[in-house]
Design a protein around this ligand. Structure first.
Ligand SMILES: [Mn+2]
Length: 256
């Protein structure tokens, strides 16, 4: 299990689901500027920052090329890690084709599966949240294709102008393929990430389950002193999580 030291007076920050690049570069840019402003404000008291996926609406790394754009975000992330503040990245279902760029260029470890962390004495189970729990069979099949080495090899050999265009089309048009769900609360018994967390709790206690993917800010008491947090998104809610070693809060970053 990985651990993060949380000094007195410092905080751990969490955010997810920016979907930069969607629905177009102009609309994305104002959200990106707000996100960079948030990063700039929190860096002063951050002990670590966790980004829980779908930072990009589509991201694919070719051997020598990454997609255009997102310069402000990448620059700010580099500035923060250069100043010694660790950032952890968990891929989402929209940007799972990461392959070394964040590690090498930004010094940010990238996780393709949920991870357990000990942070300031509390236990955390952290991930994007796609494909976990019961159901979602159509998406789980698609994810097998997305992560298939042969399929990735063929996609990589499409010209990027064509490959990225095809991917953007499917990302925005097709909810089954992108794995995005309705952003209304389904009720605790139907929220599959709640069910997933409750099942995990049967074998092992965890203080906090932190996920993104639902695009819906949720703070649910699972009983047995365990909490499920969904971070919401940076499209409609502009929400983030902050942990000070004692309590976890979901907050909104107001535009000013
Ligand atoms: Mn998402």
């Amino acid at each position: 299990m990985k651990s993060v030291i949380l000094p007195e007076g410092k905080k751990i920050y969490f955010a997810s689901d920016n979907h930069l690049g969607a629905p177009d570069s102009i609309k994305s840019l104002s959200r990106e500027k707000r996100f960079v402003k948030w990063l700039d404000e929190i860096k002063d008291d951050a002990a670590a920052i966790f980004l829980l996926g779908d930072l990009f609406d589509f991201w694919f790394e070719y051997k020598t090329v990454v997609p255009k754009g997102f310069t402000r975000t990448l620059g700010k992330l580099a500035e923060i890690t250069d100043n010694g503040i660790p950032i952890f990245y968990f891929v989402g279902n929209h940007d799972l084709w990461m392959n070394g760029y964040f590690e090498n260029e930004l010094n940010i470890p990238v996780f393709h599966k949920p991870q357990e962390f000990i942070i300031g004495g509390s236990t955390f189970f952290i991930g994007h949240g796609d494909g976990l729990g019961p159901g979602d069979k159509g998406y789980k099949r698609m994810k097998k294709l997305f992560t298939n080495p042969v399929a990735k090899w063929f996609f990589r050999w499409l010209h990027p102008d064509l490959g990225v265009r095809i991917a953007q089309y499917f990302s925005i048009k097709n909810k089954l393929i992108s794995g995005d769900e309705d952003i209304r609360f389904l009720g605790e018994d139907k929220e599959w990430l709640v069910q997933y967390a409750k099942r995990k709790l049967e074998t092992k206690h965890t203080d906090y389950f932190i996920f993104g993917h639902r695009h819906l800010p949720l703070d649910i008491d699972l009983g047995h002193t365990s909490t499920y947090i969904n971070l919401g998104d940076w499209i409609n809610y502009f929400t983030y999580g902050v942990f000070d070693g004692k309590k976890f809060d979901l907050k909104k970053f107001e535009a000013s």
